[in-house]
Design a binder for this molecule. Structure first.
Ligand code: PEP
Ligand code: MG
Length: 624
């Protein structure tokens, strides 16, 4: 322990779990090209600085290749192209000539040379050439970072640390996951930001929106991240460390207890079946999905295929990735959502995503896919080529109207026909569905339902767009209310419309993985809930302990309430008294649960019929 005082900071609980470790502070400045004129006497040193930065860049590319070896096939080729670029004598000679000729610093010279090179590729229609242009940018940024003395490789972060940063992007989360860090604490970010969702998927204890942790923490000091309570403790006393240790141990026991139901169906005491599916970002999460008893994948966020890569994924890369998922999931359904990039958070340097004042309302998701049609078609073709290996569902995000949906379906159909002509096998039966995550889509759900096989309600965006609350802002996070009467009405109406049209309806936003809302969602009639895999056992325990008739009447009463406060109070009271959710201790939505739920004296005993039904058929019986 250092002599510093213990300090507790309160933030937003983003992913449950308790972690402690030395703080690893990630302070990265924005990359700016500093332009300086030099004296003649400084030129030799400057050229030497350039030489060293090139050598470091080359070594890092090699290291990255080793890190990714065996995980993705095509980066090897791309990184080899980058290494080649860095080995090319002109990469040293051209900027060195500018340094000496124009008496300018190395950063400026590199930016000039690479800028000219980049311009050659800028207007290229050919996707391959554009890829190469992106490679130049990547190589350029790497050299500039090395000149500035910044480490460009987040993957160098040691295992077991608690990462402290202003912000971590979804793409960087992948690197933290692979580096096996213990926890994460950031100054900004909301509960349903993509960073938070991914933290949950990776089971990385995370607290966001702490506002001042970067200034409060000292690198290397012990930090405890309490992802359940949303607290971060700096420099804890020995007693506090013991207390947190006990809490973590108790949570582990609860997890163990919940996992006993892994192979049992999510069926209510009166026989209503709800499919519990996993949300996934990377194929490597399949193992966790199966360990937690997922019955399929309800949302595979394929946009992660465009992150942490140095070039666009090829058609084959999409196919190989989908095959990996099918390989693990067997004949369970897998819902591949076509890329949902943009919107401010989910960025990729591989596509031309503009900087907009209002990115959530801008060129995001399916709109971006239509503009980058060749890239979109390449994804569709890749997915279709994997379709015979499993039960494929394809889902389009951010659909706002029928014409947009038809355009996406037409492209899918054209890709299918093209593949058939080229002799590729494509499955006959592929379900096609949409995310219902815009109020517009919810309002015209009856029209959309005629065109698709399923709906999946994206509550994160539906809430964002309905209540006009930036989902990634910690400043308006307090207004993010899944139980707002407007949201409950929209969900109820979409479910009813879907059932009238005899299509299934899922909910795959963060609401699905929060035990507080399980009874409500069962009562509203969702056929399927899709969530981070680790949340499945808790949700299943509640479903197995409730009656769908009680859930339906509870949801009916709830929808009639005129304020969100009343609805929240009613849900809390119900879930604490009837399902023993432990809200007090955690002060959090991602609640703790005692192991004995379902055997609580107030809870009806699990019926023989439900126990006897190990493989229920999908869909809500008798509700359509
Ligand atoms: C949603 O909006 O609820 C959703 C599941 O999609 P994403 O969080 O990826 O935007
Ligand atoms: Mg969404």
């Amino acid at each position: 322990m250092t002599g510093r005082e213990t300090r507790v900071l309160h933030g937003i609980s983003a992913a449950p779990g308790i972690a402690s470790g030395p703080a690893f502070v990630l302070e990265r400045q924005r990359l700016r090209v500093v332009k300086r004129h030099l004296e003649a006497s400084q030129l030799d040193d400057e050229v030497e600085r350039l030489r060293e930065a090139l050598a470091d860049s080359f070594a890092q590319v090699q290291e990255l290749r080793d890190m990714l070896a065996g995980q993705h096939e095509d980066p090897q080729e791309i990184l080899e192209a980058q290494a080649e670029m860095l080995r090319d004598p002109s990469m040293m000679d051209d900027p060195a000539r500018l340094i000496r000729g124009e008496l300018i610093n190395a950063e400026w010279a590199v930016a000039k040379v690479l800028g000219q090179l980049r311009a050659l590729y800028d207007n290229a229609e050919d996707v391959y050439l554009r890829d190469r242009g992106e490679d130049i940018d990547h190589v350029g940024r790497r050299i500039l970072r090395n000149l500035a003395g910044q480490d460009p490789l987040l993957g160098r972060i040691p295992a077991g640390v608690v990462v402290v940063a202003h912000h971590i992007s979804p793409a960087e989360m992948v690197q933290l996951h692979r580096a096996r860090v213990a926890g994460l604490a950031t100054d900004v970010g909301g509960r349903t930001s993509h960073t938070a969702l991914i933290a949950r998927a990776f089971e990385l204890p995370t607290v966001l929106g702490l506002k001042e942790i970067l200034t409060a923490v000292e690198g290397g000091e012990t930090v405890v991240v309490d992802g359940l309570a949303g607290d971060v403790v700096l420099n804890p006393s020995d007693e506090e460390l013991v207390r947190f240790g006990e809490r973590a141990y108790r949570l582990a026991l609860v997890e163990q207890e919940l996992l006993k139901d892994r192979d049992k169906p999510a069926v209510t005491l009166d026989g209503t079946v709800v499919q519990l599916m996993a949300n996934m970002e990377l194929a490597e999460e399949v193992a966790s999905a199966l360990e937690h008893g997922a019955e399929g994948v309800g949302l595979y966020r394929t946009e992660f295929m465009y992150m942490e890569r140095t070039a666009l994924p090829s058609e084959e890369a999409h196919m190989v990735d989908a095959l990996k998922v099918f390989n693990g999931m067997g004949q369970r359904p897998v819902t591949f959502r076509t890329f949902d990039l943009g919107g401010g958070e989910k960025t990729s340097e591989l596509l031309r995503i503009p900087n907009e004042d209002n990115p959530a309302l801008g060129l995001r998701s399916i709109r971006l896919a239509f503009r980058e049609e060749a890239i979109f078609r390449s994804q569709l073709r890749g997915l279709l080529r994997a379709s015979t290996a499993g039960r494929m569902r394809i889902m389009f995000p951010m659909i706002s109207g029928v014409a947009e949906l038809r355009q996406a379906k037409r492209m899918l159909e054209e890709c299918r026909e093209e593949l058939a002509r080229q002799g590729h096998a494509v499955a006959e039966e592929i379900e096609v569905g949409i995310m219902v995550e815009m109020p517009a889509a919810a309002m015209i759900a009856d029209l959309l339902a005629k065109e698709v096989d399923f709906f999946s309600i994206g509550s994160n965006d539906l809430i964002q767009y309905t209540l006009a609350i930036d989902r990634s802002s910690e400043l308006v996070n307090y207004l993010y209310h899944p139980l707002h009467p407007a949201i409950l009405r929209l969900v109820r109406s979409v479910v009813n419309v879907a059932h009238d049209a005899s299509i299934s309806v899922s909910l795959c936003g963060a609401m699905a993985g929060n035990p507080l809302y399980t009874l409500v969602l069962v009562g509203l009639g969702l056929d399927e809930l899709s969530m981070p895999a680790a949340a499945i056992p808790r949700i299943k325990r509640i479903i197995r302990a409730c009656n769908s008739s009680e859930a339906v009447s509870f949801a009916k009463d709830l929808v009639k309430m005129d304020t969100v406060e009343l609805a929240e109070e009613a849900v809390r009271e119900m879930m604490v008294s009837r399902f023993m959710l432990n809200l007090d201790e955690d002060r959090s939505w991602e609640v703790d649960m005692r192991p004995n739920i379902g055997t609580h004296p107030a809870a009806p005993r699990v019926s023989k019929r439900a126990e006897d039904d190990p493989k229920p058929t999908s869909g809500r019986r008798g509700s359509r």
